[in-house]
Design a protein around this ligand. Structure first.
Ligand code: FES
Length: 167
């Protein structure tokens, strides 16, 4: 079992979630989903609180949270870039896209940038192999991505999102 992160978070936001689900044991997954919507990820303190309120061990909660790819156990960036490294994408250039991101934005797979803007993940086949290599930036699918384009596209996306929140 991995380490549970013990970052300090405001646990009072969970009250509403528990009220909604009446602390039923079968509600673990929806509770984890709500918690992640609230915090953007699942801090260790939140996992422990959920275990306590549902009367199960923290290990059980952690086990479920790590089983499903939808749950994040580490703080995520404001934007998520997924690079597909399934077979079709791999042979059509994903490793070069990874290198372009490492060189251009100083970020490696599985990392979040120091400014908290971007998390970069490697995924395996998004079902759009005809568009390989495929990158997904937040909800935006970017097919036939080229190394000379990717950093610019990501920077532009982050900059316009910042502008929109400042407006
Ligand atoms: S291998 Fe990348 S979309 Fe299928």
């Amino acid at each position: 079992m991995g380490e549970i992160d013990n970052g300090t978070v405001d646990l009072s936001s969970m009250d509403e979630v528990f009220e909604q689900y009446s602390e039923e044991q079968g509600a673990l997954i929806p509770i984890l989903q709500k918690a992640q919507n609230t915090y953007g990820w699942l801090p260790g303190d939140v996992l422990e609180l959920i275990a306590e309120r549902l009367g199960v061990s923290p290990g059980q909660v952690y086990g479920v949270a790590t089983f499903y790819a939808q749950f994040y156990l580490e703080e995520q960036g404001r934007h998520i870039l997924k690079l597909c490294d399934g077979t079709a994408c791999h042979v059509r250039g994903t490793p070069i896209l990874v290198t372009a991101m490492e060189d251009g934005m100083n970020i490696r797979p599985g990392e979040t940038s120091e400014d908290g803007e971007l998390t970069m993940e490697i995924v395996y086949c998004l079902g759009s192999c005809a568009l390989a290599p495929v990158a997904v930036l937040d909800e935006q699918v970017m097919g036939r991505m080229r190394p000379q384009m990717i950093v610019r596209r990501v920077e532009k996306h982050i900059a316009s999102a910042k502008k929109a929140t400042e407006a």
